[in-house]
Design a protein around this ligand. Structure first.
Ligand code: ADE
Length: 375
């Protein structure tokens, strides 16, 4: 008999009873003492989940500690200037996350008495809060019976149910959520969701999963039926990151450097940096440096000295920045525009700056030891 798609899907999602309990039992003995697990404060959980969206646990810990120390409550975050929030976030990357947290905190302080709402729908209306974070907050902080699946949880669920679908598709995610919901013990949403993530991070790893240590081993379909359970979920071939060549001008007057703030949104939005930009195909690095300086600031530099090359890898591209140093050819008119400043080195280190700018500062002043990011 030919199996219908519906029946095949039901077969796929029927999971052995009791697997949820085995998972919780395992979690009790293997739960790592992570700082965001110290309490169930909804705001602390929210900050952690935002950080963990694009940052691995070990990397996220120092950023989380620093952020919560400086902004322990929603109100503390709401009253801070955005520049300070970016400064505290500096080094964690994906700065839109910090800008959204800040905007959402302001909204909550203005309209919700500085508290996070309990309902998933209301949570999802906040800037930067998508379905996963809303469900994570609702289940971890308020015990609501939602399945919250991020990348680790999706991987565990896809292997457990032998689902070969693309986990980036909403229909596949919904199917995996339904499958897990069927095994979630009543009243244990928070522990269950966290246990799934913990399993994904420590045992059901992206490559070379440690199936012998898995509390679900016997009932995991990928383990039972695939030669390599690590082949699920199917991964798209990684894209090559394009390489960008850029030129930067460190314009100096005495002990001050000219810096400007990037546009408030978009890549590295709101961070401060030296003027510069891409080197055109037919340009020399110095030609590009002079052109960018003139176009972005109106300044014309005198002789420029090549100080070296700084390399940095962003998530979607890599850059090499040719760093030039010089002084303005004419006496610069004082510029009081809000996004432009002449700053000393220590003043610049107090502003939010990209990693590449940190590297440029180190190139210019190799003898100094201070850094600003915890990572
Ligand atoms: N990854 C995403 N959220 C997490 C959490 N709360 N604990 C550990 N890892 C996570």
């Amino acid at each position: 008999m030919v199996e219908t798609a519906r029946r095949a899907s039901r077969r796929r999602t029927r999971l052995p009873p009791g697997s949820g309990r085995s998972l919780l039992g395992w979690f009790t003995g293997h739960r790592r003492p992570l700082p965001w697990r110290r309490n169930r404060d909804p705001y602390h959980i929210w900050v952690a989940e935002v950080l963990l969206q694009q940052t691995r646990v070990e990397q996220a810990v120092p950023y989380y500690e620093r952020f919560i120390l400086r902004f322990p409550t929603i109100r503390a975050l709401a009253v801070a200037p955005v520049g300070e929030v970016l400064k505290v976030w500096q080094g964690a990357g994906y700065y839109a996350r910090a800008r959204h947290l800040h905007a959402a905190a302001r909204e909550l302080a203005a309209r919700h008495g500085g508290e996070l709402p309990h309902s998933v729908n209301e949570l999802e209306e906040l800037p930067g809060v998508g379905p996963y974070i809303a469900r994570a907050i609702a289940s971890f902080a308020f015990g609501a019976p939602y399945i919250a699946l991020e990348a680790n949880g999706l991987r565990v669920a896809a292997r457990y149910t032998l689902d070969t679908g693309d986990v980036r598709r909403a229909a596949v995610r919904a199917r995996l959520e339904r499958a897990l919901a069927a095994t979630m013990p009543t009243g244990a949403a928070a522990q269950f969701n966290e246990a799934i993530m913990e399993l994904g991070e420590t045992v059901c790893c992206p490559v070379a999963p440690r199936c012998e240590e898995c509390p679900l081993g016997g009932s995991c379909r990928a383990y039972r039926e695939l030669e390599d359970p690590g082949s699920l979920p199917r991964r798209a071939a990684p894209k090559r990151r394009p390489h960008v060549r850029g030129a930067v001008v460190v314009l100096r007057q005495g002990d001050r450097w000219f810096v400007q703030r990037r546009a408030p949104t978009g890549l590295l939005g709101g961070l401060w940096e030296f003027p510069g930009g891409k080197i055109g195909l037919s340009e020399t690095p110095e030609g590009a440096a002079r052109r960018e300086l003139r176009e972005e600031t109106g300044f014309v530099a005198g002789p420029l000295r090549h100080r070296g090359v700084v390399r940095h890898g962003y998530s979607h591209f890599t850059v090499e920045l040719h760093v030039f140093e010089g002084t303005p050819r004419d006496r610069p008119r004082p510029r009081v525009a809000p996004g432009r400043r002449w700053v000393t080195r220590s003043q610049l280190l107090r502003l939010p700056i990209p990693k590449a700018t940190e590297k440029i500062i180190r190139l210019l002043t190799p003898e100094a030891k201070d850094t600003t990011s915890p990572g």
